[in-house]
Design a protein around this ligand. Sequence first.
Ligand SMILES: CC(C)(COP(=O)(O)OP(=O)(O)OC[C@H]1O[C@@H](n2cnc3c(N)ncnc32)[C@H](O)[C@@H]1OP(=O)(O)O)[C@@H](O)C(=O)NCCC(=O)NCCS
Length: 115
Amino acid sequence: MDSLTGGHAATVMLEEEAVLGYAVCMPLPGEVELLNITVAPAARRGGLGRMLLAHVCADAEAQGAQRMFLEVRVSNVPARALYARNGFAEVGLRRAYYAAADGAREDAILMAREL
Ligand SMILES: CC(C)(COP(=O)(O)OP(=O)(O)OC[C@H]1O[C@@H](n2cnc3c(N)ncnc32)[C@H](O)[C@@H]1OP(=O)(O)O)[C@@H](O)C(=O)NCCC(=O)NCCS
């Protein structure tokens, strides 16, 4: 909701009226930040995440972006695998970037892909 209120672009994947997934991007000059990509739990592992990611990359490229960046939790194995299999490389580590359980913090891996 913060992203939408802030005017960031959202892509929504629908089946009839049901939302199967969405992605939110923040366009910047020459690049784009992928803020969020999510597939509904019941629809995961069926290739929709890959399809959605390919769509937002193609869309960003068509709008003139040369590179896409994103951050992902170190513990997020599915998302890290999705990105790694789709051309993203690890380019940095942001220590204590995310809030975690019990007041702890978790590192973020910064990933990038040329478009
Ligand atoms: C990450 C997410 C979007 C993947 O969506 P999905 O539709 O399940 O992904 P796909 O079926 O297209 O899978 C694409 C690749 O992702 C990887 N992957 C997806 N789920 C995985 C899992 N549970 N474990 C390991 N790898 C996984 C695999 O490499 C897979 O390729 P393969 O099927 O050829 O092995 C989904 O798990 C999700 O919504 N997670 C919660 C939200 C989230 O964490 N978003 C990322 C924020 S940075």
